[in-house]
Design a protein around this ligand. Structure first.
Ligand code: ADP
Length: 233
């Protein structure tokens, strides 16, 4: 499956990408590709690219498209299935992804899931109220809405910390950058017939359930027994 989650900051892209990846029986063959994580990994590893991106990243700003594409596209090329989280963020990135898929005959995106619904103010509040990231797995949780696993569950040892770039100013900047692109990105995928809009105002698990429904329940064994010809995702 080739899925992309798009939407404004705080809508739940990382959360839903994690939930979907974990729900899939073959989840390790559909890796999650999170642009934020790819950038952070470069910075932590101290690569040339990481050093070039560090300042913008630490100010909570978007990094340039050429850098993002140089991180995402080779990974898209190497793997037949993936769950993209926060990519494409604009039409230029969407076009670059289309070209990449066409050039390598990798097949189209199965589905693009747009998470939207909460107002900008609600999204900012949601993030500032308790978004935390595991320092071990980099998975995202929320202290109130989607609490991190307990140590005895053995799923994620944490620690769970809020991100330095989760400030009101940087969230507002990113929200504005998203708004400038949102309509044209939506139209781009509507025109290709792969867009599904999901109401992200509902609780995390309800949103996750709707995503599975839209995808035809890939967590169920029956999904893999239907003939490949009749399968669209
Ligand atoms: P994005 O990747 O779109 O920026 P996140 O997945 O980081 O968004 O979600 C933002 C914060 O809101 C996280 O702390 C997450 O746990 C929480 N969250 C995600 N989806 C929901 C939801 N449907 N309702 C309430 N909180 C949510």
């Amino acid at each position: 499956m080739r899925i992309a989650f798009i939407g404004p900051p705080g809508a739940g892209k990382s959360t839903q990408a994690r939930k979907l990846a974990r729900a899939l029986p073959h989840w390790n063959t559909s890796p999650r590709l999170s642009t934020g994580e790819l950038v952070r990994a470069q910075i932590e590893a101290g690569t040339d690219l990481g050093r070039a991106l560090k300042e913008r990243y630490e100010r909570g700003e978007r990094v340039d498209n050429a850098s993002i594409l140089s991180l995402v596209l080779p990974r898209v090329r190497r793997s037949g299935g993936w769950i993209l989280d926060n990519f494409p963020a604009d039409v230029a990135q969407a076009r670059a992804l289309d070209e990449e898929l066409e050039e390598h005959g990798a097949g189209n995106l199965s589905r693009v899931i747009l998470l939207e619904g909460p107002s900008g103010e609600d999204l900012i509040q949601r993030v500032l109220d308790g978004r935390v990231t595991s320092q071990t797995t980099r998975d995202v949780y929320h202290l109130l809405n989607d609490p991190p696993p307990q140590p005895e569950e053995g799923l994620d040892p944490g620690p769970f910390e809020s991100r330095n770039d989760d400030t009101e100013a940087s969230l507002r900047r990113n929200m504005e950058a998203y708004r400038r692109e949102a309509e044209s990105l939506k139209k781009h995928y509507e025109a290709r017939g792969v867009l599904s809009v999901v109401n992200a105002r509902r609780p995390v698990d309800e949103v996750a359930e709707e995503v599975l429904e839209i995808l035809g329940h890939p967590e169920r064994p029956e999904f893999y027994t239907v003939s490949a010809n009749s399968r669209t995702v």
